[in-house]
Design a binder for this molecule. Structure first.
Ligand SMILES: Cc1ncc(COP(=O)(O)O)c(C=O)c1O
Length: 351
């Protein structure tokens, strides 16, 4: 390892959910959307793939910033675009944290957070969520330069109220990044906080509610001063011309988004009812997935493997607090029927 930085040699890399090379799977493992994106977004991406693709894209993605500013009542200068929201998380870590600084986040949460801290040589401070996934006591007292809060949280699907997030932001000395990857499926959001609290960054993605995971597009909203600092850290051309065109058109197609979100929420209710009737405990989900504890607290890995054999992919985390649970993405009604049928058979030991 003589060529590698110690911090990199010592760490494990982030392991993304399984992406099968071939079709035929019921894919409920990486929180993608089962429905196609807005036709207006698809058309805009197609048009962006003409001969103009030989040029670099506008570095600040002006077309998108204008569309998002109008849609979310922001100023363009309060918006920074990224290659997915993961890119914006990386930019935030690099902007606000030196080697040896602390980065705090609740546990269990998005498992990329400790990986980003390790890459930067920063200290991870994981603060346990209570069993009901309410605000972790002590999260406001870590002294971290950066606190990362997925809200709604992954993998629990639960959400803290805007009121609680505001109180947290006000009690921190450092920056609070509210990762709102799933917020379109939730009851409230924290975008308004960026005007009230100068230390809040909100990130959003087009990978979930907008059905554009393959496009890799997200944005951060924050006070224009914070955005200017983060802009110095980003790659010059960190989003593509088709990405800018597609995401801008998607933001403008409000009606399509509302329909898509409604379908997912309806199916989410069916999924939760079905799981509960099989004896699973489900945490209240404000997202497009459900965290479900296997009846009797056992055999989650076994169930995961048996479902895999039937080409039904869900997510299993071999981690404390999660190793008796499955995280299940909300697919189509047909996907969920197939999953619930398979679980019913497996749990009753019929196969
Ligand atoms: C909480 C959370 N934040 C961010 C992301 C990354 O999203 P993107 O596809 O925009 O990089 C995910 C993806 O699963 C997520 O669960």
């Amino acid at each position: 390892m003589k060529y590698t930085r110690d911090a990199i040699a010592r760490m494990d890399g982030y392991v993304p959910g399984y992406q099968p090379g071939e079709g035929g799977y019921v894919k409920l493992n990486t929180n993608e959307n089962p429905y196609p994106p807005s036709p207006r977004a698809v058309e805009a991406m197609r048009r962006a793939c003409d001969e103009s693709i030989r040029k670099y894209p506008p570095p600040m993605a002006d077309r998108f910033r204008k569309a998002a500013a109008a849609a979310f009542h922001l100023e363009p200068g309060e918006i920074l675009c990224g290659f997915g929201s993961d890119d914006l998380l990386t930019i935030a870590v690099r902007t606000f944290c030196d080697k040896g600084d602390s980065i705090a986040f609740p546990y269990p949460s998005y498992s990329l957070y400790p990986t980003l801290a390790a890459i930067q040589g920063a200290e991870s401070v994981a603060v346990d969520f209570p069993e009901d996934y309410s605000l972790p006591p002590g999260l406001e007292k870590t002294g971290a330069k950066l606190t990362l809060l997925a809200n709604p949280n992954a993998p629990s699907g639960t959400q803290l109220s805007g009121h609680e997030v505001r109180r947290l932001a006000r009690s921190l000395d450092g920056v609070l990044l509210v990762d709102e990857a799933y917020v379109e499926f939730a009851g409230e959001d924290c975008l308004g906080l960026i005007r009230d609290c100068g230390n809040v960054i909100v990130t959003r993605t087009f990978s979930k509610a907008y059905s554009l995971a393959g496009l890799r597009f997200g944005f951060a909203a924050a006070d224009a001063g914070l955005i200017r600092q983060m802009t110095k850290v980003k790659d010059s051309y960190n989003v593509s011309a088709p990405g800018i065109a597609g995401a801008a058109a998607a933001v403008e197609d409000r009606r399509w988004l509302e329909d898509n979100v409604r379908k997912i929420k309806d199916t989410r209710a069916t999924l939760v009812r079905g799981l509960q009737s099989l004896g699973f405990h489900c945490w209240p989900s404000e997202t497009n997935f459900v965290l479900a504890r296997v009846p009797g607290h056992t055999a989650a890995r076994d169930l995961f493997e048996r479902l895999f054999e039937r080409k039904i992919l869900v997510r299993f985390f071999d981690l404390p607090r999660l190793d008796d649970c499955l995280r299940i993405t909300v697919g189509t009604d047909a996907d969920i029927d197939r999953l619930l049928g398979a679980l019913d058979e497996l749990l009753r030991g019929r196969v």
